[in-house]
Design a protein around this ligand. Structure first.
Ligand SMILES: NC(=O)C1=CN([C@@H]2O[C@H](COP(=O)(O)OP(=O)(O)OC[C@H]3O[C@@H](n4cnc5c(N)ncnc54)[C@H](OP(=O)(O)O)[C@@H]3O)[C@@H](O)[C@H]2O)[C@@H](O)CC1
Ligand SMILES: Nc1ncnc2c1ncn2[C@@H]1O[C@H](COP(=O)(O)OP(=O)(O)O)[C@@H](O)[C@H]1O
Ligand SMILES: [K+]
Length: 504
């Protein structure tokens, strides 16, 4: 499923209208009818529906929705916010068609009369503002929106909750808090940002018949990674393959203070399908690990104060390397990482403490001939970028693209919407996973799953997307069945992965 900016949406609309003859009022008819069909799943014939219509094309959608629902026997009233003359173009055409059917509408005069009208309604359909919103809400929207937000009625927004901008990095003040949003054709970026997504409530995108090929051709496009993508791309195992064909992986990390993280990464890598796994860590961690990661082999490394101080002794002939989990942050970190990046003739995934070591070596990463993958959470990413966490979260798509292309790395920016970005700035958003994952260790498990994935016969971008999907879906499956979002442990994900694999 494509994700678009406001500009991409307008460009697609324009192309359909100007190059393909799909006129604006036809698109609006398609949009209104598709939205009305989706709304019918959210309301009943007993509901008293009020449609709020703004001056732009989002308001025009409202007249099509009203006509469609009235024709099908629903109780609908329409309140148009602007004056009659302010409604122009396709929206005006559809108001005229609506009236030609013999249906009437009211005009907004004050919030008091809106209060009287809305007090009898059980459903409000918000067609006030769409992707054309600019800046903070102006009068009278700045009074209407807070009024709607305090009603008990169910609020359904059309395209996006009025007031919420389509794009990232755009400030706004006040917006409709929807219970449900019917998105027109493609979800907009704001449906995947921590500070704007909650305004949408649950959402669904409806097809209005726009041509898809413009977006398919985008070289820097963004999409949602879905189960069907996993089913289509996860490599099947060849009947005559052997353990070597399933990837020989190396995990470097752990310290006496943090032996658990490397244990989880290793077990997750094996469970996710790594053929052979070696763990390079300090001797005391090996003695802790050996009984819980029985399938792995070990390389004891030199240590200082319980932390790895050298990677001497590792023969770098692996199909994939993961480094950083539980390694601790110390001066030698940069040197260790530098050696690993130079000597590894395979993808290297850098997580956790490895990311702090990476900061001093960033400028040289681009010259590697093999893929480099970083898996930061927002705190680690903000540190690498030298920006604050709120700044990063305002524009995570932008910052990930900028970082990935500048340093030639694959970025897996973790969070409620994990974002995968390639060095050539292709992006995917993940909607699997839930708050049960917000617990120490979930990231270590993800690192292991990703290590296993990059060693399978698939491109790095497929591997990362499939790995993030498997991780998030396992959390979803476990919290639907055996666990709650309180009790889910990172280690549950490792065993739970078996269930997820069986669903595909
Ligand atoms: N053919 C198509 O394109 C299709 C489009 N479709 C639909 O159209 C929607 C986009 O339509 P749009 O471009 O008319 O924008 P939209 O948000 O409805 O209105 C913008 C107007 O609102 C005003 N305004 C802006 N900011 C404001 C603020 N802060 N506070 C107060 N007022 C504010 C501003 O007016 P101004 O006051 O600046 O004169 C501006 O003119 C899209 O989301 C989808 O639903 C579908 O039907 C499919 C076909
Ligand atoms: N609220 C949330 N919803 C969905 N996934 C989440 C949420 N919070 C965290 N996660 C996921 O959990 C993992 C946490 O990783 P990380 O912060 O590195 O954990 P740790 O370092 O403790 O192992 C990431 O995969 C992240 O996407
Ligand atoms: K809206």
């Amino acid at each position: 499923m494509h994700i678009v900016t406001a500009k991409e949406m307008y460009d697609t609309d324009r192309y359909a209208m100007e190059e393909m003859g799909l006129q604006g009022h036809l698109l609006m008819e398609n949009a209104g009818r598709a939205v009305a069909t989706a709304i019918k799943d959210q309301v009943s014939e007993e509901d008293q529906i009020l449609i709020l219509v703004g001056k732009g094309n989002n308001g025009g959608d409202g007249f099509v929705i009203a006509r469609t629902l009235l024709q099908q026997g629903y109780s609908v009233e329409v309140l148009q916010i602007p004056n009659d003359e302010e409604v122009q173009g396709d929206a005006r055409t559809h108001r005229e068609i609506y009236e030609a059917f013999g249906y009437g509408y009211r005009r907004f005069d004050s919030v008091d009369s809106l209060a009287t009208l809305s007090s009898r309604k059980t459903v409000i359909i918000d067609c006030l503002l769409g992707i054309g919103v600019k800046g903070p809400l102006r009068s009278p929207y700045d009074e209407i929106v807070p009024h709607v937000n305090q009603l008990d009625a169910k609020v359904i927004s059309v395209d996006l909750p009025s007031g919420v901008p389509a794009d990232e990095g755009v400030s706004f003040e006040g917006a409709i808090q929807a219970d449900y949003t019917v998105v027109i054709q493609y979800p907009k970026t704001s449906a995947f940002l921590q500070h704007t997504a909650p305004y949408y409530g649950d959402w669904k995108a409806v097809d209005i018949g726009l041509p898809d090929h413009l977006l398919r051709g985008r070289n820097k496009g963004c999409s949602v990674w879905t189960k069907s993508d996993v089913v289509a791309s996860l490599p099947e195992r060849e009947p005559f393959s052997h353990k070597g064909s399933h990837g020989k992986g190396l995990v470097i990390g752990g310290s006496i203070q943090m032996p658990g993280s490397v244990t989880m990464t290793s077990r997750a890598a094996l469970r996710a399908g790594a053929g052979l796994l070696t763990v390079a860590t300090v001797s005391k961690v090996i003695s802790i690990l050996a009984s819980s990661v029985t399938e792995a082999t070990f390389i004891p490394l030199e240590e200082q104060e319980g932390r790895i101080s050298s990677v001497e002794g590792i023969e770098f002939g692996y199909d994939g390397v993961a480094i950083g989990m539980g390694m601790g942050r110390h001066r030698e970190g940069k040197e260790l990482l530098e050696k690993v990046l130079k000597l590894s003739e395979s993808p290297v995934l850098i997580d956790a403490d490895g990311l702090y070591a990476l900061k001093g070596y960033l400028s040289e990463v681009k010259s590697r001939s093999y893929p480099t993958i970083i898996t930061p959470h927002p705190g680690e990413m903000a540190h690498l970028l030298d920006v604050s966490i709120p700044e990063l979260l305002e524009k995570p798509f932008h910052y990930s693209r900028q970082f990935a292309s500048r340093y030639g790395v694959h970025v897996v920016l973790k969070g409620a919407f994990t974002l995968v970005t390639t060095p050539d700035e292709k992006q995917w958003v993940h909607t699997t996973g839930n708050v049960g994952l917000a617990k120490g260790g979930s990231g270590d498990v993800l690192a292991g799953m990703l290590l296993a994935m990059v060693m399978q016969p698939q491109t790095v971008e497929l591997a990362l997307n499939n790995g993030v999907w498997l991780h998030g879906s396992t959390a979803d499956l476990l919290t639907e069945q055996a666990h709650s979002t309180y009790d889910l442990l990172a280690t549950d994900l490792i065993d739970g992965l078996s269930k997820t694999y069986r669903t595909i």
